[in-house]
Write a protein that binds this ligand. Sequence first.
Ligand SMILES: NC(=O)c1ccc[n+]([C@@H]2O[C@H](COP(=O)([O-])OP(=O)(O)OC[C@H]3O[C@@H](n4cnc5c(N)ncnc54)[C@H](O)[C@@H]3O)[C@@H](O)[C@H]2O)c1
Length: 253
Amino acid sequence: MAADLDFTGRTVLITGAATGIGRATALAFGEHGANVVIGDIDDRGAQTAEAIRAAGGKSVFQKTDVTNPEQQESLVALAVSEFGGLDIAFNNAGLLPPTAPLAEQTVEDFRRTLDVDVTGVFLGLKYQLAHMAEQGRGSIINTASVAGLRADPFMAPYVAAKHAVAGLTKAAALDYAAQGIRVNAIAPGLVRSPMTQRWLDDPETRERVLADSPIGRAVEPEEIAGLVLFLAADITTAITGAVYPIDGARTTH
Ligand SMILES: NC(=O)c1ccc[n+]([C@@H]2O[C@H](COP(=O)([O-])OP(=O)(O)OC[C@H]3O[C@@H](n4cnc5c(N)ncnc54)[C@H](O)[C@@H]3O)[C@@H](O)[C@H]2O)c1
């Protein structure tokens, strides 16, 4: 079974790998032999690629805004020109708007959240699927959230966006199942990353956000990486259209 997590010769495209979940997943794919193409609006994506190369792997970074169609298309083209194709994609870039009850959310924050978290995933899927359909194979994983399975308080734009990511995942899986392409999503609970570090650093907020966590802690980015590699691997060939909670049983009650 261990050999099935060997991605040697496979190319994976990851968005949002400058920090957090994307970075941990990029490093894990690199450790398991994959060629890793990183797209991020944050130049620290270059450091992730450098860390993979320093460990003996292959990786390139291209500055990418996931809301920009040309830049998303160009990232797929980079995978093809650098490594000869694209086998796996992890559409992970995302942002969390300020928390507030719905009437206090700004129109700008709502639009920006949908643009990055939903349009960003749509554009990734659009160009990745076009390439994978020609190849007749591929595996795509999108980052949704437990906020894509049920509502969290004071996060209306994010809840709407992550439900849309779950919907896009199911729709894409149906459209491409017969062509040998799998599309799944992950739905993390609270993960320790730059997105949530300020909550975890403040004892009062930490207690509140962990109150409904049966495991009593945040999930680590490396634990999310394990699920992404599992879904990308050839051991899960019948899994498509699924949205996987990875939340330490937070949504089971
Ligand atoms: N941290 C959590 O608790 C949690 C829980 C569930 C889901 N998520 C989701 O996981 C994903 C990764 O988040 P994270 O926790 O690692 O936080 P993070 O802030 O460390 O990572 C987000 C990444 O997305 C990139 N990004 C943001 N806007 C972009 C854009 N327009 N174009 C390209 N890249 C852009 C950032 O630069 C960063 O590298 C996000 O989709 C987030 O919504 C996080």
